[in-house]
Design a protein around this ligand. Structure first.
Ligand code: ZN
Length: 217
């Protein structure tokens, strides 16, 4: 009897079961990513599909397993995995902050920003954390917007922001060399710093609340 058509050993079945369970419990491991995960688990835990001795799992046979039995399957698999490359996603980060559609120009006679409908927007980096946020300005504050934009370009952020996207499959397959795979998919890839922010005080646009003492002096 060959190893491929025998019942897998209990330990392999248990590991496989745990892996599938952890993927199902992961809200981000869905759709095509889940499909690739199941194929990878089958290959790693059960050695299926059976490969010739010394043969490695290729993009082609992963593509055939997951997407469709044609050469374009490998391209699709690469695209799906590319979207799961561990990285910092500025749009997601900036989108979690408010005032992206409202002008952030500070007002002189009242507290808080202008708040008018923004007619121009650009992503700018926080000088300390490197995190991106939307700089938004209305037509009336176009000069302020331009000045802020130029100012932000002149400052090199003190560090790279923490990763906040991708790396979903890596959570369930510690036995795969993901940095190596990410570099195969994107030769420019470099490991982003990992960590969490203690507070959410980035926000170049966030209004600084201050006490205004009114009345005649
Ligand atoms: Zn404004």
């Amino acid at each position: 009897m060959s190893t491929t058509d025998s019942t897998p050993p209990f330990a392999a079945m248990r590991d496989h079961h745990r892996r599938i369970e952890s993927m199902i419990a992961d809200d981000e491991c869905v759709g095509d990513l889940m499909l690739i995960g199941v194929a990878l688990a089958r290959w790693l835990d059960y050695h299926l599909p059976a490969l010739a001795k010394g043969e490695r799992l290729t993009w082609e046979n992963l593509g055939r397993l997951v997407v469709k039995p044609s050469r374009s399957g490998s391209l699709e698999v690469k695209q799906i995995l590319k979207r799961d490359i561990r990285r910092y996603d500025p749009i997601t980060d900036a989108g979690s902050h408010f005032f992206q559609s409202r002008c952030g120009a500070p007002m002189i006679r009242r507290q808080g920003p202008c708040g008018g409908p923004a007619t121009r927007q650009v992503l700018v980096s926080d000088p300390d954390t490197g995190r991106k946020s939307w700089l938004s300005g209305c037509t009336r504050h176009a000069d302020w917007f331009t000045a802020q934009r130029i100012k932000s370009r002149e400052v090199e952020p003190a560090r790279m922001p923490f990763a906040n996207a991708g790396g979903v499959l890596a959570r369930h397959f510690p036995d795969i060399d993901w940095p190596d795979l990410y570099r195969k998919l994107d030769p420019q890839w470099a490991p982003p710093p990992e960590g969490e922010y203690e507070d959410d005080d980035l926000l170049i646009d966030r209004p600084k609340l201050r006490l205004i003492l009114g009345g005649a002096s």
